[in-house]
Design a protein around this ligand. Structure first.
Ligand code: SF4
Ligand code: F3S
Ligand code: FES
Length: 244
């Protein structure tokens, strides 16, 4: 049996810049390696760092599309590197850090800081109704269909791809992005949350919130968890418009 000779040679072009070394200008660095079966960009970057360049910066934790830490721009589109197979890409692959977020270095960005600030601004946690604070009472039963709907929106992994893909977020640094609007929609659905639409309007009834969204829909198209962002933003906009 003869070995297969049609292994692709991949050329990985990485945007390199380290803010801690401002004297070194940003540059594209190209690496080459042979493609392997089932290869993801996580495997590519790990191999490059191990065998070619230990200084290459990027983030991975779970390698399974769960932690949200490996978002980057792959050939112009935000996505999760650990879930992106090289087989789905051309042999030339360009990688850049997610825009909008603070750059740590090369492909590593501080999405955590952005998400924390957004979460605090939107108070994105259940504001329990008074009677549920009383631990002697049982929690209200939630309709299973509604629980499914809430669970669906809770699948957000805060990867930042929707923010990086959004033209509004690039222009307005305080825009809460689809991730923030999804959170508000999620808590406004939750029957355990005592906040009214008027309370939600205080949070997102403005140009940094739902009225800033220009329906560009890249968030919906590129969310790696395929959350129904388009319908949630439209739903929230309708509810908030009634409060205006
Ligand atoms: Fe990522 Fe989707 Fe959540 Fe945006 S809504 S942060 S793209 S999982
Ligand atoms: Fe941005 Fe999505 Fe609205 S891409 S403009 S948040 S529909
Ligand atoms: Fe966790 Fe990619 S490494 S989502």
């Amino acid at each position: 049996m003869t070995a297969s000779t049609d292994v692709r040679r991949l050329r990985i072009h990485v945007l390199r810049y380290n803010p801690a070394e401002p004297e070194k200008a940003a540059r594209i660095q190209t690496y080459e390696l042979d493609e392997a079966e089932g290869m993801t960009l996580f495997i590519v970057l790990s191999e490059l760092r191990e065998k070619h360049d230990p200084s290459l910066q990027f983030d991975f934790v779970c390698r399974a599309g769960v932690c949200g830490s490996c978002g980057m721009v792959v050939n112009g589109q935000p996505g999760l590197a650990c879930r992106t197979l090289t087989a789905e890409l051309p042999a030339d692959i360009t990688l850049a850090p997610l825009p909008t977020f603070e750059l740590i270095g090369d492909l590593s960005v501080n999405t955590g800081k952005w998400m924390r600030e957004m979460t605090e601004r939107l108070e994105a946690w259940v504001h329990a109704k008074q009677q549920e604070v009383d631990l002697r009472r049982h929690e209200e039963h939630m309709d299973p269909d509604l629980a499914d709907e809430v669970y669906e929106l809770d699948r957000c992994i805060e990867c930042g791809c929707c923010v990086a893909a959004c033209g509004t977020a690039h222009m307005r640094t305080d825009f809460v992005g689809a991730v923030g609007l999804n959170k508000v929609a999620r808590f406004s659905l939750d029957p355990r949350d005592g906040r009214t639409d008027a309370d939600m309007y205080e949070l997102v009834g403005n140009d940094d919130g739902v009225f800033g969204c220009m329906s560009l829909l890249a968030c919906n198209d590129l969310c790696p968890k395929e959350l129904p962002l388009q319908s949630q933003i439209a739903y929230l906009r309708r509810r908030m418009a009634k409060q205006a």
